[in-house]
Design a protein around this ligand. Structure first.
Ligand code: ATP
Ligand code: MG
Length: 251
């Protein structure tokens, strides 16, 4: 079976400071894969290399068997890679519906010529409605994003990443800063929207990681320190030392 995503020997430095130093990672179609690791480990940087925001200093990346190392970001969206951001990314004065439609429009790169406008918009409207139903925000469609509870804003962010129905969904700390009740709700949404998709989840909340992930990779000092099932990772002494033990000490 062709891997959904394959990363081989990837390095990334910023002005000579090496952040990633030989990352190898293979993610299978349909798996939910969590990437964990301490602050500053390079998790978001790795995501930025997968989505094409940055190019690696060395190494190669394949998506569904096709090499994408030099494919630009918009091309990767078209190939089926969708992402959310660690920092909230909504237009606050626009409604839930308008935010969602805007994301779908910009992802399709639609240039609304007068002749194509009506036909194009119908498709965009039905796609917008499909995603709002999937994330459970239909009843909030006319509410300005700024007036949503914070957890619902984060849910809408997940929706924005789902425009164009990506095969691979990448979520960067979707539960950051939200209450534990809302966290459980979002974990449920993530599970639902990733049925028959591949998920890469970056997350510091270990309850969410252990509840959702089929496999976990631990990024530490620019490399994958360990990889395995949630049970394997929980029991791994190196991981406890480098990351989980530290979390327990803090939490
Ligand atoms: N564009 C950039 N220019 C310079 N340095 C950067 C850039 N992006 C990231 N870095 C640096 O790379 C390191 C890793 O950052 P990154 O955001 O990937 O970490 P992270 O694992 O996502 O951390 P966190 O858990 O806090 O989100 C940090 O030291 C950061 O300052
Ligand atoms: Mg990050």
């Amino acid at each position: 079976m062709t891997a959904q995503l394959r990363i081989e020997g990837v390095y990334k430095d910023f002005g000579g400071l090496e952040i990633l130093m030989g990352v190898d990672l293979q993610i299978e179609p349909g798996e939910r894969h969590a990437i964990i690791g301490p602050n500053g480990a390079g998790k978001t940087t790795l995501i930025n290399l997968i989505t094409g925001k940055y190019t690696p200093s060395r190494g190669r990346i394949w998506f569904g068997g096709m090499e994408i190392t030099s494919v630009p970001a918009h091309g990767r969206v078209r190939l089926g890679i969708g992402r959310s951001f660690q920092i909230i990314n909504l237009f606050p004065e626009m409604t839930v519906f308008e935010n969602m439609r805007n994301a779908i429009l910009s992802k399709e790169g639609i240039r609304l010529s007068v002749r194509r406008a009506l036909k194009g918009l119908r498709g965009v409207t039905s796609e917008t409605e499909r995603v709002l139903a999937l994330i459970g925000l239909e009843s909030f469609r006319n509410v300005p994003a700024a007036e949503l509870a914070y957890g619902k804003q984060r849910t809408l962010e997940i929706g924005l990443a789902l425009g164009l129905d990506p095969q691979l969904l990448i979520l960067d700390e979707p539960t950051a800063g939200i209450s534990s009740a809302e966290t459980r709700e979002i974990a449920g949404v993530i599970r639902r929207v990733t049925e028959r998709k591949t998920l890469i989840l970056i997350e510091h909340d270990m309850d969410v990681v252990f509840a959702l992930a089929d496999r976990i990779s631990v990024l530490h000092h620019g490399r994958i320190l360990a990889q395995g099932s949630p049970a394997e990772i929980r029991e791994n002494p190196e991981v406890k030392e480098a990351y989980l033990g530290h979390l327990e000490a803090v939490g």
